[in-house]
Design a protein around this ligand. Structure first.
Ligand SMILES: Cc1cc2nc3c(=O)[nH]c(=O)nc-3n(C[C@H](O)[C@H](O)[C@H](O)COP(=O)(O)OP(=O)(O)OC[C@H]3O[C@@H](n4cnc5c(N)ncnc54)[C@H](O)[C@@H]3O)c2cc1C
Length: 423
């Protein structure tokens, strides 16, 4: 039997085998981060009955370091709502804080407060249970919660965020068992590394900011980056983009992702992005907004701790409770770095297979490209009624889906897709 038919047969068998109680919830949204909240707000406003599960803003308060600042500017850091009054600026006004512009890096604690404020006002129905499993049942989905409750849903929106996709290079996995490595998403509080040597792998914002925070927490970081040099953005010329010189605005127009024509194209052209050939999409996803630090990080990094750029890890071995890294540089030279811990700021890679909450036959029924779900214009996967949003949708719709500023496009498209399906 050809593989696609085998999968379909297993899928039907799983559907028949379950005895889940039928209770007709039209839509289940899994996840209460910016994407899940924006989706739920939009669907509720359209009169769609739904249940939404997750811990509001958990990705931000559990999987990002205390003391972090957002790289996105305030104007690009609002969770989308179907009506005005729920943006980041509205939150600040409600707190009695004044307006802020591009020169204001948002502290992560303030952003978490904003997300919870949004949730309490706009999506109060969030249920703080976790979804343990989703399986295909007679053209719908059987949902099992960690409380043991089971029910049937007609459609499911997966918005479980970044953490399931944390990428750890295969060649370093053997160190994890000895507790010598971890991914940056595993740490909220970096003070546990005080006094220790920590090698930080990566060259993006997360790597640079984690290394800066480690240094400020009394640890001894060494940044190891494959990139030939670490790069920082330029400070905005003015606090408000409209106050920039006209010639500058023409040369580098402003966008939600930052100034420049290519950023403007991907931030406004998410719908068109899906029609680009797959290799082009994959390349753009990795090259547009390549690894760099925010302008305000430069003085917290430069000259504060060793930055070894243009280095590749040749080997990493445990030795007397430390990790011994052998690095090679572009000229073929080698050097050794020893550290009590190796922190991987190696990003996130979408792979449906890593979404353990989807039962295996359901996962296999989702058509993918490079591990990512193939999505319709309405964010629906090849399994009717199964939707993906947030980072999982970025390979289809482009880099804007990696950021909070993509919540408006995603929620609108998804709501329209669901409405069309119901018709
Ligand atoms: C270090 C770092 C810095 C970043 N800085 C910025 C920035 O400055 N600006 C910006 O726009 N973006 C930034 N991002 C990206 C940002 O995190 C994402 O754009 C955004 O959080 C994605 O929202 P989300 O709702 O998809 O996922 P998340 O915010 O990760 O939320 C996931 C939700 O899913 C829930 N969940 C997970 N599993 C289950 C389950 N089984 N059952 C029920 N619920 C579940 C969680 O409880 C949580 O509510 C940053 C990311 C990182 C890692």
């Amino acid at each position: 039997m050809p593989p696609n038919l085998r999968v379909a047969a297993r899928y039907r068998a799983a559907t028949r085998a379950t005895g889940i109680r039928r209770e007709g919830v039209p839509v289940v949204v899994i996840g209460a981060g910016p994407y899940g909240l924006a989706t739920a707000a939009r669907l509720s406003a359209s009169g769609v009955r739904l249940r939404i599960f997750g811990e509001p803003m958990q990705g931000w308060h559990t999987h990002m370091p205390e003391g972090m600042f957002l790289k996105s500017v305030p104007a690009a850091s609002s969770i989308s709502a179907p009506e005005p009054g729920y943006g980041f600026a509205d939150f600040r006004a409600a707190q009695g804080s004044g307006p802020v512009g591009d020169l204001y890096p948002i502290p992560v604690e303030e952003f978490i407060g904003y997300g919870r404020w949004f949730q309490e006002r706009r999506v109060p129905e969030v249920e703080r249970s976790m979804v343990r499993g989703v399986q295909a049942v007679d053209g719908g989905f059987g949902i099992t919660l960690d409380s043991g409750e089971e029910f049937l849903a007609a459609a499911v929106v997966v918005s479980t965020g970044l953490v399931p996709f944390a990428h750890e290079p295969r060649e370093l996995r053997h160190l994890a068992a000895a507790g010598l490595t971890s991914h940056t998403c595993e740490h909220r509080n970096l003070t546990r590394f005080e006094g220790q040597r920590v090698a930080v792998l990566g060259a993006g914002q997360s790597a640079l900011e984690t290394a800066a925070l480690l240094n400020e927490a009394g640890a001894h970081p060494t940044l190891v980056a494959r990139a030939p040099a670490v790069v920082f953005g330029d400070p905005p010329q003015t606090d408000t983009p409209s106050a920039r010189r006209r010639s500058t605005r023409l040369y580098k127009p402003g966008s939600a992702l930052g100034p420049g024509w290519s950023l403007l194209a991907v931030s406004r052209g998410a719908a068109a992005y899906r029609h680009l050939p797959t290799p082009v999409r994959v390349r753009l996803l990795h090259t547009v907004l390549g690894p760099s630090g925010a302008w305000w990080l430069r003085e917290r990094v430069a000259g504060r701790f060793p930055v070894l750029s243009g280095r590749t890890v040749r080997s990493a071995v445990p030795e007397d409770g430390t990790v011994r890294l052998e690095l090679t540089d572009t000229g073929g030279g080698t050097e050794l770095v020893r550290a009590e811990h190796l922190l991987m700021a190696t990003g996130y890679r979408v792979d449906v297979d890593r979404l353990g909450l989807l039962e295996p036959t359901l996962r296999q029924a989702v058509q993918t490209f490079g591990g990512a779900p193939r999505l319709s214009a309405g964010f629906e996967s090849s399994v009717p009624g199964l939707y993906f949003t947030g980072l999982a949708a970025a390979p289809s719709f482009g880099p804007v889906l990696r950021f909070v500023c993509g919540t408006g496009f995603a929620a609108r498209q998804l709501a329209a897709g669901l409405a069309a399906r119901n018709r």
